[in-house]
Design a protein around this ligand. Structure first.
Ligand SMILES: Nc1ncnc2c1ncn2[C@@H]1O[C@H](COP(=O)(O)OP(=O)(O)OP(=O)(O)O)[C@@H](O)[C@H]1O
Ligand SMILES: Nc1nc2c(c(=O)[nH]1)N=C(CO)CN2
Length: 169
């Protein structure tokens, strides 16, 4: 008999700054939830955030979700990219405007450093637009990673550019 696939907990950061930003975020969550091997188990509030990096673009809506899944990290990344494609994401300018951006922030305790998949996400500790929703969703289920991430938030870029846009809980 094959062993049952392990179910892992992963965290995904979502961002949108073109068109109906809230709809792109909620559609992305819905499409992921529809996948047979992904369960969305937590959702942060929506935050409006000033653009970081390329500042010549409109404000983002950012949020974070928790999922449990039996997909491998590579399979989950493929699903995130497929969801971006379904929502019409065009890859052009690095750090430029996008209908939807889905980043895998953490996947269980997996550490990996490949160009196509680095875990935890290599820039998440520097970005308030990632850390604020991620800490919120971690604290929903009392996950211990929230405390160390709070220390990173002290030093993170762009904290003053993050405002609560729609409260979830
Ligand atoms: N943890 C990760 N989550 C998502 N993509 C990743 C991750 N690690 C590496 N990648 C790779 O990064 C590539 C570029 O992703 P993307 O175009 O979304 O970058 P970006 O959103 O412009 O910038 P950033 O990565 O700084 O958020 C993807 O093709 C993917 O293979
Ligand atoms: N506020 C904000 N700034 C960004 C964002 C984002 O999601 N929110 N994403 C980027 C590329 O990943 C670059 N800059």
């Amino acid at each position: 008999m094959q062993p049952a696939e392990a179910c892992e907990r992963a965290y995904i950061g979502l961002g949108s700054n073109i068109g109906d930003r809230e709809r792109f975020l909620t559609e992305a969550v819905r499409l992921l939830q529809e996948h047979l091997l992904i369960r969305v188990t937590g959702q942060s509030s929506l935050y409006e955030t000033d653009p970081v990096g390329n500042t010549d673009q409109g404000p983002f809506l950012n949020m974070a979700i928790e999922v449990t899944t039996t997909l491998s990290p590579e399979q989950l990344l493929e699903q995130l990219m497929e969801t971006e494609r379904q929502l019409g994401r065009v890859r052009d300018i690095r750090w430029g405007p996008r209908t939807i951006d889905l980043d895998m922030l953490m996947y269980g305790d997996v550490r990996r450093q490949l160009p196509e998949l680095t875990l935890p996400h290599p820039r998440m500790h520097e970005r308030a637009f990632v850390l604020i929703p991620l800490i919120e969703v971690l604290e929903l289920h009392h996950q211990p990673q929230a405390a160390p991430l709070r220390a990173f938030l002290e030093r993170a870029e762009g904290k003053e550019g993050v405002t609560l846009w729609k409260k979830m809980q």
